[in-house]
Design a protein around this ligand. Structure first.
Ligand code: HEC
Length: 107
């Protein structure tokens, strides 16, 4: 494949990856975080591919804020709680609220 073809392919992959999370009312830094969440919870937050990770789409916003802060604080050390603690550790309170609001609006 020539150079232009390779670049076009990369652009397509990036576009396809971003579509799932792209949303006008979500800030750029949180959009990037949503791509991480999508890797484990699915683009639509329904965890169709790996149900054990938990369906988070359409969940109550207050519950999401609460549970994400619990994971961030390392207070949920269940079966795979450590995975979520690492995924949440760097997030601010404001980012958690924004992420929770976004998932709460998904069907
Ligand atoms: C590397 C994979 C991975 C990433 C990245 C990840 N999660 Fe998770 N998530 C999990 C796993 C595994 C669990 C179940 C943890 C357990 O056993 O307690 C979980 C649990 C959860 C839960 C609790 C579900 C429930 O039913 O109560 C929520 C909410 C959640 N994740 C949201 C998020 C959000 C939001 C992000 C992105 C900021 C994220 N996760 C990133 C793997 C991941």
């Amino acid at each position: 494949m020539n150079r232009v073809g390779v670049l076009a392919r990369i652009a397509l992959v990036v576009a396809a990856t971003a579509t799932g999370a792209a949303r006008a009312d979500v800030s750029a830094d949180v959009q990037r975080e949503l791509l991480q969440c999508a890797a484990c919870h699915g683009d639509d937050g329904r965890a169709t591919a790996v149900p054990e990770n938990g369906r988070i789409a359409g969940q109550n916003v207050d519950y999401l804020v609460y549970i994400l802060k619990q994971y961030r604080a390392g207070r949920l050390q269940g079966l795979n709680g450590g995975i979520m603690t690492s995924a949440m550790r760097h997030l601010t309170d404001a980012q958690i609220v924004e992420i929770a609001r976004w998932y709460a609006t998904l069907p």
